[in-house]
Ligand binder design. Sequence first.
Ligand SMILES: Cc1cc2nc3c(=O)[nH]c(=O)nc-3n(C[C@H](O)[C@H](O)[C@H](O)COP(=O)(O)OP(=O)(O)OC[C@H]3O[C@@H](n4cnc5c(N)ncnc54)[C@H](O)[C@@H]3O)c2cc1C
Ligand code: SF4
Length: 569
Amino acid sequence: MNISIKAKASQSYDAIVVGSGISGGWAAKELTEKGLKTLVLERGHELKHIVDYQTTNDTPWKLNWMNKIPRETYQKQAKQARTGYTIRPDAGYLFVNDQDHPYEEKQRFDWMRGYHTGGRSIMWGKQSYRLSPMDMEANAKDGISIPWPISYEELAPWYDYVERFAGISGSKEGLPQLPDGVFQPPMDLTPAELDLKSAIEQKWEGRKLIPGRVAHLTDPTKEQLELGRSSCQYRNLCRRGCPFGAYFSSQAATLKAAERTGKMTLRPHSIVHSIIFDDKTEKAIGVRMIDEVTFETIEYYSKIIFLNASAVASTAILMNSKSKRYPEGMDESGALGGYLMDHHLGVGANGILETHQDKIHYGRRPTGFYIPRYRNFHEKATSNYIRGFGYQGRGMRQGWNRWIDGFGAEFKKKMTSFGPWSIGMGGFGECLPYENNRISLSSEKTDKWGLPLVVADAAFQENEINMRKDMENDAAEMLEAMGAKNIRSYNNDPAIGLGIHEMGTARMGSSPKESVLNEFNQVWGAQNVFCTDGAAMVSASCQNPSLTYMALTARAVDHAVKELKRGNL
Ligand SMILES: Cc1cc2nc3c(=O)[nH]c(=O)nc-3n(C[C@H](O)[C@H](O)[C@H](O)COP(=O)(O)OP(=O)(O)OC[C@H]3O[C@@H](n4cnc5c(N)ncnc54)[C@H](O)[C@@H]3O)c2cc1C
Ligand code: SF4
């Protein structure tokens, strides 16, 4: 492609960020605040803060079909229909329609995406936990996969840094398996949850129940207020977008901060296809993108590139980035695409409580309780597996939406009174990094923009399946210990993707022979290309991962800008 020097100048930036979700928002904020003229290329449409949250204030009866999924949608969007989660009328418009953006699966893979500014930072659950030293040492200790190239101690100041800005509510507990952070006040546990807490902590030494740590403001700082954010109003309608900016999203926080610097250009409808690598200088010089609407191919140039398209999409971009140096995509280790991880869930227990009939809770708290990992740490596993799991759950007074039989005055009375308390918990289990859990690119099929389709071929294996027995039994046992009735435990078929925590397909490491990225998330051999989303993860732990992507991103930008100033990039 021949372009004039003038055109090249207008398409040149100090830095390019691919994707504007949780990690891309952080890259944009950090790069612009450090003075770099930054282009953010986002494949989806622009989703403006507040004004574009279409259903945020809708009452249940205003939502289409009372928020039920129509049969035609179930039929048309068959992959999404497996969970229904991404096609419900209240927030379905925020999730990618698999019909328009197809992918292939050799084994079931639920790829839940959001293609708009902010990515999944709008729909995420905000549960925010650090990895622990134990998590980051686990691969080395178990001789599994490769060790993390950085320690918890190296990451800890960056956790502090991102927590302070994002705003995490939580309680300090002093637990070695779940390090404390910079917290705003925690959300209260309900009376039912306090009962469960005391039952568990009395019966099992080392098991703890704590308030869920979430990226919601409970005591906003001056910086957060200046960005237009305010305290959580306890509506629990977060997945539709928060008009108070009370939970952390790119729109409410990082993109706003980046915009304030005057250094950011955000280009929506920009599908990045690949990185342009110059074999002579051994550096990337820019990216090639396709305009989603006009189908035009455009190149943009920069000194630094941050890949933050989310684990699978960033990996696909690296695979598409072919040059003399990288004939098979930007990797020389063979690790690219392999070691796909997710958390396995859909296992736990719930029950009913006869206590606290005289009490009701006020407001709709957008979190619940958390039980940090205790197996293979405080307690040995009862079956044959390594690593462990945590639980997320809630104990709530049953409201009007419970299923009630009957008719007439008696039915009306039951419908307008509260029911007993119910309590339940679901496990989040660690998944090991397996070489044969892979994504690749189709050699035959492309989407309408000419990009090869992603092919997923991954499944949970023996270690995860064994772990699930304890995840089910322990949950039921803990509910039993508190005196819950009608306990029902479950262990649904797990599939990769259901946890919505895809990780590991371009892992970090200490050597180009076994990893795609180095200890600062730079692509080996192309040091001005950084990837700081879930693709970089070396192991999964059992904690929700997005806080770690934020910390890795802030740390990598700090390194990138220092290296740029030293003339090394
Ligand atoms: C319902 C739900 C609940 C969740 N709950 C939690 C939770 O409680 N805790 C937690 O830690 N995590 C949670 N997650 C996961 C969390 O949302 C992701 O880990 C996180 O958003 C990943 O950040 P990211 O920047 O890698 O990707 P995303 O936030 O997905 O952003 C990626 C962006 O890149 C864009 N993009 C993709 N491809 C391209 C391309 N080729 N060119 C240009 N742009 C591109 C996308 O449009 C998107 O905007 C949840 C997710 C969902 C959907
Ligand atoms: S519960 Fe809090 S964070 Fe969620 S939408 Fe309401 S105000 Fe926003």
